[in-house]
Design a binder for this molecule. Sequence first.
Ligand code: NAD
Ligand code: UDP
Ligand code: UDP
Length: 321
Amino acid sequence: MHLRKRVLVTGGSGFLGSHLCERLLLEGCEVICVDNFFTSSRQNIEHLLPNPRFELIRHDVTFPLYVEVDEIYNLACPASPIHYQHDPVQTIKTCVHGAINMLGLAKRLRIPIFQASTSEVYGDPDVHPQPESYWGNVNPIGHRSCYDEGKRCAESLFFAYHRQHSLPIKVGRLFNTYGPRMHPNDGRVVSNFIMQALQGKPITIYGDGSQTRSFCYVDDLVELMLRFMRNDKEFCGPLNMGNPGEFSILGLAKQVIELTNSSSKISLEPLPTDDPKQRKPDITLAKEHYGWEPEVRLREGLMQTISYFENLLASGELRKG
Ligand code: NAD
Ligand code: UDP
Ligand code: UDP
């Protein structure tokens, strides 16, 4: 028997997962972190290991997992395009088999389960900004489809378990999120630009840089995850989770160069196929249901992230992707 809330975080040693574990521990929960270290290392959670309320299990969620917990946050999945395209079959298995196993676990225990879905379910959107009611524009056989369609199938599974087994589910559609502990070499735009700027290397803009993204600082995102999971229990989502501030990739590059005082020059490179042209969340539902709005402005969040990467470079402890 346990009195404290025991929370399972899959993908817990990843970028977002490590921040979530940290926050849950701060609030007095017991945390079981499950990760197969596919795209992360123990480094992100090393500082949590001495905490007696923190437990780390090396496990691949595509295999069944039997633990006793009170709630689940399912974050396990490679998230950056180069990571999820590295082994597309494993990406689909993680999205789909991982979801089935975690839903099976939640069903056995009759506990709430959160799914980290993604703005990628909207594909290359022809509705802008994207409300949750938009069904998306996804190429089902393109290079990004292992992730996009994997996550769409996971959403479908979550709602099927909810309807068929009355399971309490929460489906959050995360938009681009950034902050300390992003992988320095996972190819995502924020980490790439900061690393390039700090090292005086060319800033690689794919296409002409007119495509847009909306960037949410990790602390704002974790706050919404907790409010979504804990309040308004009847509301299952899907819920857009992101910062509606919209920036062109060229604009982001210029801001990073300015904040790092870098001498880097911009280098234009080919645009990958199926790269969405614009993306911005409609966050009306998050405001209405949870009174949530992001608090950290891009400039402020970038400064925190830059200082993290500066320390990483200075320590000489650069992790592999
Ligand atoms: P990340 O790569 O840092 O973290 C993912 C973690 O999942 C890693 O620690 C990885 O080792 C683990 N993992 C991968 N496959 C696994 C498996 N089969 N079994 C167990 N562990 C596995 O990425 P992140 O940015 O922290 O993303 C976390 C979640 O949020 C992902 O599901 C991602 O799809 C979603 N998401 C993130 C963003 C973002 O901008 N960061 C945006 C949309 C959605
Ligand atoms: N599962 C799990 N842990 C549990 C319960 C179930 O990993 O505590 C897995 C189990 O391996 C199964 C999957 O979740 O394949 C789906 O479970 P469900 O009960 O929905 O399906 P069934 O067992 O009937 O196939
Ligand atoms: N991008 C870029 N240069 C880079 C990395 C990414 O111009 O070094 C662009 C990429 O083509 C996309 C945007 O930045 O238009 C966001 O890319 P990211 O991989 O971070 O996320 P996603 O495409 O999944 O939103």
